[in-house]
Design a protein around this ligand. Structure first.
Ligand code: F6P
Length: 371
């Protein structure tokens, strides 16, 4: 018997992890069902565990909305978008950082965990979810986190599933904008998701050949963007595509305090693309349009690459369960699947580093990064 197998075999014999709860929380993304299927199949077929599906993220854990999942419940879902379990943005600890204060919701979660006789909870989610998991682990629950998000912004894992599928959708959208921008000799600003990180805009911008890419990590100077667009126009390029992350901000906005920035934003359009389009038009006089891709980026079937990552992370989570290795988040580390302590992603955001090679790649092909 190999050393790898021995601890899990022993753990199963001694501790017998029999019942696990599984939930999906936060914004959905392609690949969630593939991951649910992988956790459930490996946990039940390989390790003989019983799976309890919890509805709508932590909301279902608070209200004890749960049911036993049978094999037919997690069969045929590999390619399906969304999550069969439902999701919500419920944050049981609230949004402040007083994690030592066990709220009523946290007590309700403890009750549900014990009423359902769970031996462990597996939670699939983004930054908020993994932070909640870490806090629940400190409250004494056995918890395993499984990272997902189209934003790719979770510390501790090199990539999240959902990102690759969203990247394909965003790239196709940018491709499609080229023909209409060209026909009308316009500047089109497309806004992509990503929350406070610029991964999606940077990668889709490069893949779709955006002329300007704006990410939150590099506050932009509207004068630099204007002169880049004017130079393009003078060289005979009749249109331009600006790819902006939803969190993109100007140097001017960055220098404002939070209150003034909020006020400025409320007065200058519903979101980043509209603000940036208005600023470009005001500086250059060019006909400029804004478009927001929105929830399309999160919907639909997962890419092959996301299915593979989701399945690998799901089966790795089942291995952690069998080994009794709680308080951890499964992760892609280099080319391998591993895990990190849940404290690693807690309360953090993985931003695009200033020296990331993709920023230089974009610049090397003539893309303006806003400064
Ligand atoms: O976290 C994923 C994400 O899709 C972000 O890119 C976006 O800012 C957010 O969710 C939208 O959230 P909601 O579903 O709450 O509107």
């Amino acid at each position: 018997m190999s050393l790898d197998i021995a601890p899990s075999f022993l753990y199963m014999l001694l501790m017998a992890i029999k019942r696990i709860g599984i939930l999906t929380a936060g914004g959905d993304c392609p690949g969630l069902n593939a991951a649910i299927r992988a956790v459930c199949r490996a946990a039940s077929d390989r390790y003989g565990m019983k799976i309890i599906g919890i509805a709508n993220g932590f909301r279902g854990l608070i209200s004890e909305d749960a049911k036993v999942l049978k094999p037919e419940d997690f069969s045929g879902i590999l390619t399906r978008g969304g999550t069969i379990l439902g999701s919500s943005r419920e944050k049981p600890f609230g949004s402040d950082d007083k994690d030592e204060v066990a709220s009523e919701k946290v007590s309700a979660i403890m009750d549900t965990y014990s009423n359902l006789k769970l031996d462990c909870l597996v939670a699939l989610g983004g930054n908020g979810t993994n932070t909640t998991c870490s806090k629940l682990a400190r409250e004494g629950l056995n918890v395993i986190g499984l990272p997902k998000t189209i934003d790719n912004d979770i510390v501790g894992t090199d990539r999240t599933f959902g990102f690759h599928s969203a990247l394909s959708i965003a790239t196709e959208a940018i491709d499609r904008l080229h023909s209409t921008a060209q026909s009308h000799s316009r500047v089109i600003v497309i806004e992509l998701m990503g929350h406070k990180a610029g991964w999606l805009a940077l990668y889709a911008g490069v893949a779709g050949g955006g002329d300007v890419i704006l990410i939150p990590e590099i506050p932009y100077d509207i004068n630099v963007i204007a002169s880049h667009l004017e130079k393009r126009a003078k060289s005979g390029k009749t249109f331009s595509i600006v790819v902006a992350a939803e969190g993109a901000m100007s140097i001017t906005e960055m220098q404002m305090d939070k209150k003034d920035r909020k006020k400025y934003r409320l007065e200058n359009g519903p979101s980043a693309a509209y603000r940036i389009a208005a600023e470009i038009n005001a500086k250059t006089g060019m006909e400029t349009r804004a478009t927001v891709l929105g929830y399309m980026q999160r919907g639909g079937i997962p890419s092959a690459s996301d299915r593979v990552l989701a399945t690998s992370l799901g089966t790795a989570a089942a291995d952690l369960l069998a080994n009794g290795r709680f308080g951890r988040m499964v992760a892609l580390i280099g080319n391998d699947i591993g895990s990190v302590e849940l404290t690693v992603p807690e309360g953090k955001v993985k931003n695009v580093p200033a020296n990331h090679y993709m920023i230089d790649t974009a610049r090397a092909v003539g893309t303006c990064m806003g400064v």
